[in-house]
Design a protein around this ligand. Structure first.
Ligand SMILES: O=C[C@H](O)[C@H](O)[C@H](O)COP(=O)(O)O
Length: 261
């Protein structure tokens, strides 16, 4: 392993490397977005190269699609694949019930569609992503551009009516301009501090005209794989109620570490 790989990248790699072992020959796999998911795409590509695994990937963003193609993975659209065996993705936060906040990288809409169209969703994360209660990470809400300020006001009204603690909302920027998602929408980030009832908030936000989707994933994730900087990995399964530990080797000669930007 190159010396420049940071401890956090080691943890992300460990989680990703362990999770791709759940992928079997012939599977259709949802490919998440973000820095942890990028490790998963690299690990999957390595398994395809070395073991001749035949898998079809459905990317959840333009950038994941580009990376997957560059690494030689076969990718298709969700409409072509129709239904997936498994989706592996990162998260910004997860709680004890495996509710998630996602969308720090603005890919929440495609991520939620793809994860929902999968038999199973596995989240890969470093330990810092685990929280007792969701909400310290700003909750992203994807909104259509038309009338976005009205939508923002309606979101704030919902937060007041639900007695949510923090109520600051902000249009996400990309440099000087508003960030535009892959689907051509804006993102409004909600700075809430703490979310008492993720399910109620998820449903209430999605009732607002102009809201396309929000980054709360409730009852979608089945398993979380938590990577440690020393290669130790914990696998928690919510349905089975099990916790397992495993160890991942950092293989110095692996090609996987050579194409990191
Ligand atoms: O929109 C982005 C996604 O939801 C990511 O999976 C999430 O932000 C976690 O990203 P990272 O693995 O880079 O922390």
């Amino acid at each position: 392993m190159p010396a420049e790989l940071s401890p956090i990248d080691k943890a992300k790699f460990a989680a990703a490397r362990c999770a791709v072992d759940f992928v079997e020959d012939g599977m259709k796999v949802g490919l998440g977005t973000g820095s942890t998911a990028a490790w998963m795409v690299r690990c999957l590509a390595e398994r395809v190269r070395e073991e001749g695994l035949r898998i079809t990937g459905v990317p959840t963003s333009t950038r994941t699609g580009t990376l997957a193609r560059q690494l030689g993975l076969t990718v298709t659209t969700l409409d072509e694949a129709k239904w997936l065996d498994l989706t592996i993705d990162g998260a910004d936060e997860f709680d004890g019930e495996l509710n998630l906040i996602k969308g720090g990288g603005a890919a929440l809409l495609q991520e939620k569609i793809v994860a929902t169209a999968s038999d199973r969703m596995i989240v890969i994360a470093d330990a810092a992503k685990e929280v007792a209660q969701l909400g310290a990470f700003p909750l992203p809400v994807e909104v259509v551009r038309f009338g976005w300020q009205t939508t923002q006001r309606l979101i704030e009204e919902v937060l007041v009516s639900m007695d949510v603690l923090g109520r600051q909302t902000a249009l996400r920027q990309s440099g000087e301009a508003p960030l535009i998602t892959d689907e051509g929408h804006f993102i409004i980030d909600l700075h809430l501090n703490r979310i008492e009832n993720p399910r109620a908030l998820w449903l209430a936000l999605n009732q607002i005209p102009g809201v396309v989707e929000n980054g709360l994933f409730v009852d979608i994730c089945d398993q979380v794989v938590i990577g440690g900087t020393d290669g130790r990995v914990e696998i928690r399964d919510i349905a089975e109620g099990t916790v397992r530990e495993q160890r991942v080797d950092f293989i110095e000669e692996s090609n996987i570490f050579l194409d990191i930007d």
